[in-house]
Design a protein around this ligand. Structure first.
Ligand code: NAD
Length: 487
């Protein structure tokens, strides 16, 4: 595969900055824990900083919940379950969900600004993807709340009880919505733990729940690091654990729950293959490859981080791809022109660097975007490795950053064998103009999701989840109800 950089670099077009105003978001100096419908201090009075990864400035401080706080949150959820939520008719529960969805829409600008400041993702993505899709999940599951007996899980499906829900930092609000909406629609009460680097949008969500008059205790939000998550997993009063995060932590959780009767669903990591056949429409495909790996800085569990291209078109695709990579606008996430924002934390930046360096050491060919990176904050320029072998770490391990590994194949069978040569199984993409070839490939790919001529599409009506080390259980769609019902 030719590894020469594009001969005619276009570079990014020059735009005047188009900064989103911060005025729609009021960030308090400190946030406590949201338990029994009100904010309160953590029992230890300990807190940690939440910083803006694009500037390294502190945004606020957040309470660190310990085992006693987890206990209080679970007790509050149990009380609300027994006294109110499990007894409430589905149609009434649905009204609360509709109300939450509408308030998310009303406060969408504020939520998008908070999410971008706290996470580092471009405002264009938080505004156009994270926030509207979060609202869409509440709308969708609101519709199910009074129709559960028609969902295919028996005549009177019952909730599980108290759900402990742990989410990662890459889509903080959206992951919270994926967890809360189906749990509430099915009559469960919740204790949600956001990731320690991105708790802010969950704090705004707590305010939205108050505004929606959700009965106290139906949703409790406890902030903290992995020790808070571990205390929630271990708590005997929790009936179900829904976890989204890394495969390593997922494994620990499954091990610790093995001797209990708690229900569990795990949404874990991935190493998605984006397969391009020789009859694919080239320019559209290049856009899909870009979206597959550089959306949300590549902090996407289902990212198309392994590009598999048919050998006959590999040089052409690579040349177009590198030219397009050079046009990506990297920088201030609050600028509406920005395509690629900041890496969420110094730790994640270090992980990306280590794996990219392994790509160099193992002999792959690195191409780095010529973009200029800001001086402050955590940044990694969009990077494409070609001449990658299946044994390379960058072809096997989840990088969770803006780094693409390009491999080639000669026959469709080889494409499937290479795509399935991973311990993960979350998502794949297939690019071809032949429907029969796409369906042939989809039937053979071992992944929970297969996109055809598109990538990274999320719809509340469609189930999402993995196989193998990408976890089990589905979120979204009718299937997403099952994880919260005693079926
Ligand atoms: P992580 O596993 O480090 O943390 C995820 C959450 O678990 C955080 O809230 C963290 O505080 C908590 N946690 C950490 N240790 C814990 C423990 N021992 N017990 C209980 N909770 C604990 O993952 P991350 O770095 O925040 O997120 C990135 C990972 O999440 C990637 O691997 C990515 O692929 C995965 N992810 C998967 C999906 C999916 O739907 N499959 C979606 C988004 C992210």
């Amino acid at each position: 595969m030719s590894s020469t950089p594009p001969s005619s670099k276009l570079g990014s077009l020059d735009y005047a900055p188009a900064l989103e105003s911060k005025s729609s978001a009021t960030i308090a100096a400190h946030y406590g824990l949201f338990i029994e419908g009100a904010f309160r201090e953590a029992s230890s009075s300990q807190s940690f900083s939440s910083i803006n990864p694009a500037t390294e400035e502190e945004l606020t401080t957040i309470s660190q919940a310990n085992a006693a706080d987890v206990d209080a949150a679970v007790a509050s959820a149990r009380k609300a379950y027994d006294s109110v939520w499990s007894k409430m008719p589905g149609a009434e529960r649905g009204k609360y969900l509709y109300r939450i969805a509408r308030i998310i829409q009303e406060r969408s600008r504020e939520l998008a600004v908070v999410e971008t400041l706290d996470n580092g993702k471009p405002i264009r993505e938080s505004r156009d993807v994270d926030v509207p899709t979060a609202a869409a999940h509440f709308f969708y599951y609101a519709g199910w709340a009074d129709k559960l007996e028609h969902a295919g899980f028996g005549p009177s499906p019952r909730p599980l009880g108290v759900a402990g829900q742990i989410v990662p930092w890459n889509f903080p609000l959206l992951m919270a919505a994926w967890k809360l909406a189906p749990a509430l629609a099915t009559g469960n009460t919740c204790v949600l733990k956001p990731a320690e680097t991105t708790s802010l949008s969950a704090m705004v969500l707590a305010d939205i729940l108050q505004q929606a008059d959700l009965p106290p205790g139906v949703v409790n939000i406890i902030t903290g690091d992995g020790s808070t998550g571990a205390a929630l997993v271990a708590h005997p009063g929790v009936d179900k654990i829904a976890f989204t995060g890394s495969t390593g932590v997922g494994r620990q959780i499954q091990r610790s729950l093995a001797t209990t009767t708690k229900h569990v669903t795990l949404e874990l990591g991935g190493k998605g293959a984006n397969i391009v056949f020789d009859d694919a429409p080239l320019d559209e495909t290049v856009e899909g490859i870009i979206d597959g790996i550089f959306f949300n800085q590549g902090h996407v569990c289902c990212a198309g981080s392994r590009l598999l291209v048919q050998e006959s078109i590999a040089d052409d695709i690579l040349a177009r791809l590198l030219r397009r990579v050079d046009q990506l606008r990297v920088g201030d996430p609050m600028d509406k022109n920005t395509d690629v924002g900041a890496i969420n934390s110094a730790e994640q930046l270090e992980r990306i660097r280590v794996l990219a360096n392994a790509g160099d050491e193992e002999g792959a060919t690195r191409y780095t975007s010529s973009c200029e990176l800001p001086k402050k904050g955590f940044w990694f320029a969009p990077t494409v490795f070609s001449n990658v072998a299946q044994t390379h770490r960058i072809a096997r391990e989840e990088i969770f950053g803006p780094v693409l590994s390009v491999l080639t194949f000669r026959t469709p069978e080889e494409a499937i064998a290479k795509a399935n040569n991973t311990t993960y199984g979350l998502a794949c993409g297939v690019w071809s103009e032949k429907g029969s070839r796409t369906l042939w490939a989809a039937q053979r790919l071992r992944a929970g999701v297969v996109w055809a001529n598109t990538y990274n599409r999320f719809d509340p009506t469609s189930p999402f989840g993995g196989v193998r080390e990408s976890g089990f259980g589905r979120e979204g769609g009718r299937h997403g109800l099952e994880g919260y019902l005693d079926v």
